[in-house]
Design a binder for this molecule. Structure first.
Ligand code: PLP
Length: 396
């Protein structure tokens, strides 16, 4: 018998994954070239050559006992030091190895930080639509995810609604920019508004409300759009990131948390995160990959590849009459469904045109679909006649 809590998680378990599995079955029937799978945020870009070179060099020339051994639960000191230096160079900060915890992807980092911060019943706010797994991650530690509205046009947080949703139980607010699933990037002015609100509310309740900045897409921004470094705007910010998207290493499960010395109770948060990493059973982030990202942290994401896809997809779909949010970052397009129930629209795209999209209600926002365009340019190009026929069938 499985636990009641797991029953809930299984029941709500990822529709995105289900879609991905469906895509594989459809590929067997129609041929892979005739299935247009936009369901999963799995980069279609290979990791930079420097990653391969680093792997080979490390396994060839570094001490194997060190490379494959246990280390501090937070990760190798020299790796954390290298990443801290890299961040300092970018953001003018003064982090050291003791401000970083290496994690098992961004997902591992979120679980570590929620285990560190949450008492049962504590609330974590998120802006709708949001990355589906947040609810489970907070729930893993008996935290409760509370949804705040976004502006229906910009998809920036609705500050008035956020104020209504904050209570004395609010322990953290997750900000995810560049955003999955909308592709929007919050400008500094918006983050400042959130910061002003949280400072006021933290004072009112006499306890810090932390921002947990979930930013695995930080480097993927287009047209020179700036992605603000949130700890420079709001003191009580903890950053979680990974190399899953930017260096195309999602299966390698490597990321990090930044716990700045300036945050409230920093030393305890850092010490607790170190223990959380261990007792969650991760023990430490994958050792070889830690050593690889220390060498490759300055490597650039292949933004040009995604940008080309973005331009083709956004340009074509808007031309066909669809209403889309113009993505400034990440590799997702957030599109309004031409009919009220977006599941029907997604079903039509799948059954009639072999186009796989994810219904927005999986992100807490019905009436929209998410299109993950981290696929090949050809997949997008070949899917366009299908999108066009569907648009025509709705009279767009
Ligand atoms: N946060 C967001 C917003 C994501 O989109 C994802 C993955 O898609 C994650 C976290 C988890 O990333 P990782 O694979 O690095 O654990």
């Amino acid at each position: 018998m499985i636990s009641d809590k797991m029953k809930g998680f299984v029941a709500n378990s990822s529709a995105i994954r289900a879609m991905f599995e469906e895509g594989k079955k459809m590929a067997a029937v129609y041929g892979a070239d005739h299935v247009y799978d936009f369901s999963l945020g799995n980069p279609n870009v290979p990791a930079p050559e420097a990653v391969k070179e680093a792997v080979i060099d490390i396994v060839t020339n570094e001490d194997p006992v060190l490379v494959h051994g246990y280390m501090s639960n937070s990760g190798y000191e020299d790796v954390r030091g290298a990443l801290a230096e890299h961040l300092n160079g970018l953001y003018g900060t003064h982090y050291t190895d003791s401000n970083l915890v290496m994690t098992v992807g961004a997902a591992g980092g979120l679980n570590v930080i929620f285990k560190t911060l949450l008492n049962p019943g504590d609330e974590v706010l998120t802006v709708t639509p949001y990355f589906v797994e947040y609810r489970a991650y907070a729930g893993n530690f008996d935290g409760v995810l509370v949804e705040c509205a976004a502006d229906p046009v910009t998809f920036f947080p609705d500050i008035a609604d956020m104020e209504k949703k904050i209570s004395k139980k609010t322990r953290a607010v997750i900000l995810n920019t560049p955003n999955n699933p909308t592709g929007v990037v919050y400008p500094a002015s918006v983050i400042q508004e959130v910061a002003d609100l949280l400072e006021r509310k933290s004072r009112e309740y006499g306890a810090p409300i932390y921002i947990v900045s979930d930013e695995p897409y930080r480097e993927i921004a287009y047209d020179g759009v700036e992605v603000p470094w949130i700890p420079s705007i709001y003191r009580d910010t903890i950053v979680g990131s990974s190399y899953s998207k930017t260096l195309s290493l999602p299966g390698e499960r490597i990321g990090y948390l930044v716990i700045p010395s300036e945050i409230t109770d920093s030393a305890n948060v850092m010490a607790a995160a170190n223990v959380a990493t261990r007792i969650l059973g991760f023990v430490n982030a994958p050792s070889l990959m830690q050593r690889v990202v220390a060498r490759c942290c300055a490597e650039k994401a292949n933004v040009g590849y995604y940008d080309r896809n973005r331009k083709l997809l956004y340009g074509s779909l808007t031309e066909y009459g669809y209403t889309c949010v113009k993505p400034d970052g990440a590799f997702y397009l957030w599109m309004k469904s031409p009919e009220e129930d977006e599941r029907e629209f997604a079903r039509k795209c799948k059954d009639e045109e072999q186009i796989l999209l994810v219904p927005g209600r999986n992100f807490g926002c019905a009436g929209f679909v998410r299109i993950a365009y981290c696929v090949s340019y050809e997949t997008i190009r070949n899917s366009l006649p299908g999108f066009k026929r569907v648009a025509e069938s709705y009279g767009l």
